[in-house]
Ligand binder design. Structure first.
Ligand code: 3HC
Length: 311
C-alpha cells in the first residue's frame, strides 16, 4: 500500500537510518533540532567566557597553552554546531540575533563565575565531564550532521576533561591552601553541574518526543545518574568531599543515591537571573558590535579576491 511521507520517515527512524538535510522530515522534527542544536552551539560560545577569564592568569605556560587550546576548541565546536543547524534552513545571522537578543537559551552552567584558578580545574573535570556524558549518546542521534559533529566534539572534550582533572589533582597534592581552593571550587560547581543535564524526566517537556525521534538516546535523569556514579570515585581519589550529605552508595540499585536538587535555582538561572547572565550577554553583544569591522573587512577581502579570480 502507498505509505505517506510520515510513515516512510518513521520507518527510517525505526531502522536507525540517518536523516540528512535534504531528506523529507516532519516540520516539528526540523524545529526541535534547530532548537537543540542552536542552544548547544550558543552554549559552546558562551562557555568560552568563564574559561577565557583565566587565560592571562594561568599559573604556568603549560596551563595557559592547555586552556588556550580548550577555549579555541569550544569556539570550533560552536561553529561546527552552527553549521549543522544551518543545514535545517536557518541562517547564522538569525541564530546570533536570537542569542544576542536574549531570546535563545544556552546551558545554565555558564552563568556561574570563575572565582579562582581551581574553577578552571572544576569546569574541565565536572562540566566537560557532564558534557561528555551528554554528548556521547548524541553521536548516535538520528540527524546526520548533528551525529557527525558530535563524534569530533567528543574526542576533544575528553582532552578538556583530563586537563581539568589534572589541575584538580595538582592542587589536591599541593599546599593546604591549594587543596582548600579545589574543595571550594567543587562546592560551588557540583550542584550546577547536575542541573546542566536538564530538569528531571518528570519535568522534561521534550524528552518523550526527542526519544521517539532518536534525538535523545538517554533521559536527563539517566545521564545525571551516570555522571554522579562516574564522578564520586574521582572525588575520592582527589580526597575531596562532594557537597551532598545525602550522597550514599546504594548496594541494591548499584548507583549512588543523592540529595534534592534546587530546581528553583535552576529555573532562575535559565530565566536569566543567574550570577553572570547579564555579564555573559553584554560580553557577547560587545564582542559582536566591536567585531563588526573585522567581519566587514573579511567580506570585502573575500569579494575582492572573488572579483580578481573572475578577471
Ligand atoms: N540550561 C538551560 N536550559 C536548559 C537546560 C540547561 N542546562 N536544560 C534544559 N533546558 C531547557 C530546555 O532547552 C527546554 O527549554 P526550551 O523548550 O525553551 O528549549 C527546557 O529547559 C526543558 O528541558 P528538556 O529536558 O525538556 O529539554 P531537552 O530535551 O532539550 O534537554 C538538554 C535538555 C539535555 C540540555 C538537551 O537539550 C541536550 O542534550 N542538548 C545538547 C547538549 C548541550 O546543549 N549541552 C550544553 C552544554 S555544551 C558544553 O557543555 C560545552 C562543553 O565544551 C563544556
Amino acid at each position: 500500500e502507498v505509505k505517506n511521507l510520515e510513515e516512510i520517515f518513521e520507518a527510517r527512524i525505526a531502522r536507525d537510518e540517518k536523516i540528512e538535510p535534504k531528506d523529507w522530515m516532519p516540520e516539528k522534527y526540523r524545529k526541535t533540532h534547530i532548537r537543540q542544536i542552536s542552544q548547544h552551539a550558543h552554549s559552546e560560545i558562551i562557555g568560552m567566557l568563564p574559561e577565557g577569564n583565566w587565560i592571562t592568569r594561568a599559573p604556568s605556560l603549560r596551563r595557559k597553552a592547555a586552556l588556550l587550546a580548550k577555549v579555541q576548541d569550544e569556539a570550533g565546536h560552536g561553529l561546527y554546531l552552527y553549521s549543522a543547524c544551518e543545514t535545517l534552513g536557518v541562517s547564522r545571522d538569525e541564530l546570533y540575533d536570537q542569542l544576542h537578543s536574549g531570546k535563545a537559551k544556552y546551558s545554565s552552567i555558564f552563568n556561574y563565575p570563575t572565582i579562582t584558578w581551581a574553577d578552571i580545574g572544576a569546569i574541565g573535570w565536572l562540566v566537560d565531564g557532564a558534557a561528555i556524558i551528554n554528548q556521547v549518546p548524541l553521536c548516535n542521534t538520528s540527524f546526520g550532521p548533528y551525529a557527525r559533529a558530535m563524534v569530533r566534539v567528543c574526542k576533544e572534550e575528553s582532552f578538556h576533561q583530563r586537563q581539568g582533572y589534572e589541575i584538580m589533582l595538582t592542587l589536591c597534592r599541593g599546599t593546604e591552601e591549594q587543596k582548600a581552593m579545589a574543595q571550594d571550587a567543587l562546592n560551588r560547581w557540583w550542584w550546577p553541574s547536575l542541573m546542566m543535564l536538564g530538569p528531571t524526566d518528570a519535568e522534561s517537556v521534550h524528552t518523550e518526543q526527542s526519544m521517539k525521534w532518536k534525538l535523545k538516546r538517554k533521559s536527563n535523569d539517566e545521564l545525571r545518574q551516570q555522571f554522579i556514579d562516574q564522578t564520586v570515585p574521582q572525588a575520592d581519589i582527589l580526597g575531596l568531599t562532594i557537597p551532598d550529605p545525602d550522597l550514599k552508595w546504594n548496594e541494591e540499585t548499584g548507583h549512588y543515591d543523592f540529595g534534592e536538587i534546587d530546581w528553583e535555582e535552576f529555573w532562575q538561572v535559565v530565566k536569566g537571573h543567574g550570577p553572570c547572565n547579564k555579564e555573559r550577554m553584554s560580553a557577547r553583544v560587545n564582542a559582536w558590535n566591536n567585531g563588526e569591522w573585522v567581519r566587514d573587512a573579511a567580506m570585502a577581502y573575500a569579494e575582492k579576491k572573488e572579483a580578481n579570480k573572475l578577471k
